[in-house]
Design a protein around this ligand. Structure first.
Ligand SMILES: NC(=O)c1ccc[n+]([C@@H]2O[C@H](COP(=O)([O-])OP(=O)(O)OC[C@H]3O[C@@H](n4cnc5c(N)ncnc54)[C@H](O)[C@@H]3O)[C@@H](O)[C@H]2O)c1
Length: 330
């Protein structure tokens, strides 16, 4: 199959590209390298450097290649930044995606996998795990931009029969076991990345936002998923769309998480354990838009895709993230 991967130079997209190639697919990447990295792209993929906001460029990429499926990772991804620069998020995450969809419509590409997020749920308080029917009520522009795009995909389904798998990721973390790929994101705000950078000496200290949440230790709880397990869900989504290619218009949403959470303090303790050192941490007030607990109900993806996570272990996630930071120069 020929798969177009937007954002294939980014953290998660680069893992997907590598796995697609491993499994024998042809891959074309669109990436403007704004937060992605040339060296993260598997050399067996064709990289088209350009911006999704340039609709003509996107059409030209499709025109020259027989694309079968699209995996759409490209986005602005920082929750805190989205609160201060909402228009940047709406413009990039909506208009960029629309240009991709226009090309899909024009070149009759009917299979689309979208990187969505648990941030679409918002969460109203300490609750049970979130399932795909939980209320969507984003608390920040990043989450809102992702939810809006989900709605656009539903409209595309109705209007011209697009078949879409929407994967709502929880907190993605970790590096590959061979340490060839990992998260290079500059100025990352993701907890495990920040803790790994601190452990590797790239940051002198780290901050803990909120120690008075209604959780057992007072710090916020999140569901951390290893990036390789997330990518395996994408490959299954690809097969699922292939198997359903005679459907004329279908949208399936799946949560991608392990179904249990770890607190910020547990993550810090685990990073200290795997790096065998004490991290310097500062307690800070809660951040605007943050919530106490976000954990996935992952029954649907387990049942429907028969998805079996292989790296569901906080120690493995923290250790690979730490070793990656030790190894990488960026
Ligand atoms: N990292 C997480 O924990 C997480 C959680 C939930 C959802 N997601 C989603 O996963 C996807 C990938 O996230 P990531 O963490 O790999 O981020 P990332 O910033 O590493 O990757 C995004 C990639 O998209 C590219 N890009 C962005 N806008 C573009 C544009 N207009 N044109 C061309 N290329 C563009 C960037 O250069 C980058 O390579 C995003 O859609 C994000 O919303 C990530």
């Amino acid at each position: 199959m020929h798969v177009l991967v937007s954002g294939g130079a980014g953290y998660i997209g680069s893992f997907a590209v590598r796995e697609l190639i491993r499994q024998g697919h042809l891959v074309t990447v669109i990436d403007d390298l704004s937060t992605g990295f040339l060296q993260a792209v598997d050399p067996k993929a064709e990289l088209c450097v350009g911006n999704l906001l340039d609709g003509l460029f996107v059409q030209q990429v499709f025109q020259k290649r027989p694309i079968d499926q699209v995996m759409h990772f490209a986005a602005r991804v920082s929750v805190p930044e989205s609160i201060f620069q909402p228009l940047k998020y709406y413009e990039n995450n909506l208009l960029g995606g629309i240009h991709l969809l226009r090309a899909c419509q024009k070149f009759a590409v009917s299979k689309f996998v979208f990187s969505s997020t648990a941030a679409v749920y918002g969460v109203l308080g300490p609750t049970a795990p979130l399932n795909e029917f939980s209320t969507t009520l984003p608390t920040n522009p990043y989450g809102t931009s992702k939810l809006f795009f989900e709605k656009i995909l539903l409209d595309a389904q109705k209007a011209w029969g697009l078949n879409t798998v929407i994967l709502r990721y929880f907190n993605v973390a970790g590096a590959s076991l061979d340490l060839q790929l990992g998260q290079r994101t500059a100025n990352a705000t993701h907890l495990i990345k920040v803790a790994a950078e601190t452990a590797a000496g790239k940051r002198p200290e780290m901050e803990i936002f909120g120690t008075d949440y209604p959780t057992p230790d007072g710090s916020a709880v999140r569901d951390y998923i290893h990036v390789e397990d997330l990518v395996s869900a994408h490959l299954q989504a690809l097969t699922f769309l292939e198997e359903h290619q005679n459907h004329k218009g279908m949208t399936e949403i799946f949560n991608c998480g392990y179904g249990r959470g770890h607190s910020v303090l547990e993550v810090v303790a685990m990073m200290e354990k795997v790096s065998q050192q004490k991290l310097k941490v500062h307690n800070k007030p809660r951040r605007v838009g943050d919530v106490s607990l976000v954990v996935a109900d992952n029954q649907k993806i387990k049942m429907q895709f028969n998805w079996v996570p292989k790296l569901d272990d906080l120690a493995t996630i923290c250790k690979t993230a730490y070793l990656w930071e030790k190894k990488s120069q960026v």
